[in-house]
Design a protein around this ligand. Structure first.
Ligand code: IMP
Ligand code: MG
Length: 183
C-alpha cells in the first residue's frame, strides 16, 4: 500500500485520482442540469477546496462566475476546535443570485454551517453546498452538503488540497492517517 509521511505522521492511499475525477464528472453533470437556465456563482472556500474546485469547474458545461472566500477553524491540529472566524474575501454581490459553496470536507459542520448562515443573510436566490468529502459520524452542526463526493469514516485525511499542518495539499490522491508505518 502506497504510504507517505508528512511531518511525523504516516498516511496511506485512500481515494485515488481516478476515483476522484470520475466522481467529479458525475457531480458536474448534475450541476449542469440543476443550473442549466441559471447564472451560477461558485463560492470556493480557501485554501482546502482550491484543487477540487479547479477540477470540478473544468468539467462544467455551464458558465459560472467564481469567487473565493476564506475562513479557518483548524490550526495544524487533527481535531476541529469548533471555533470559526470571519468570512473573508467575498467580492460578489450575491443578493438574488444562485450560489453554490464549494468545500473540501465537512467534518463537524461548524465551518459550513457558519458560512451557509452568513451567505444566507445576503439573500441569495438559492444557496447550496458541494463538499468533496463528508464525515457523517462527526456532524454536530448544520445540514449535510447538498452534493457529496464521498462519505468517509471519521478519520483524518490529507491530499488533493487538504493539509496536515500545511503539508500535503499538492497530492493528486487522498490519503488517510495510519498509526504505525507498514513495512
Ligand atoms: P469542520 O468545521 O469541523 O466541519 O471542519 C471543516 C474544515 O476543517 C475543513 O474545511 C478542512 O479544512 C478541515 N478538516 C476537517 N477534517 C479534515 C481532515 O480530515 N483533513 C484535513 N482537513 C480537515
Ligand atoms: Mg476547508
Amino acid at each position: 500500500m502506497k504510504q507517505i509521511r508528512l511531518h511525523d505522521t504516516y498516511f496511506s492511499l485512500y481515494i485515488s485520482e481516478d476515483q476522484i475525477q470520475e466522481r467529479l464528472e458525475q457531480i458536474a453533470q448534475e450541476l449542469n442540469q440543476t443550473y442549466l437556465d441559471k447564472q451560477l456563482i461558485l463560492v470556493v472556500v480557501l485554501k482546502g477546496a482550491f484543487m477540487v474546485a479547479s477540477d470540478l469547474i473544468k468539467k462544467l458545461s455551464i458558465q459560472p462566475e467564481i469567487d473565493f472566500i476564506r475562513v479557518s477553524s483548524y490550526e495544524g491540529e487533527m481535531q476541529s476546535s469548533g471555533k470559526v472566524r470571519n468570512l473573508l474575501g467575498l467580492e460578489t454581490d450575491i443578493q438574488d443570485r444562485h450560489v453554490l459553496l464549494i468545500e473540501d470536507i465537512v467534518d463537524t459542520g461548524y465551518t459550513t454551517s457558519y458560512l451557509m448562515e452568513e451567505l444566507g443573510k445576503k439573500n441569495p436566490a438559492s444557496l447550496q453546498m458541494f463538499s468533496l468529502l463528508y464525515k457523517p459520524a462527526n456532524l454536530k452542526k448544520g445540514s449535510p452538503p447538498d452534493y457529496i463526493g464521498f462519505e468517509i469514516p471519521p478519520d483524518f485525511v490529507v491530499g488533493y488540497g487538504m493539509d496536515y499542518a500545511q503539508l500535503g495539499r499538492e497530492l493528486k490522491d487522498i490519503y488517510t492517517r495510519v498509526t504505525p508505518p507498514e513495512s
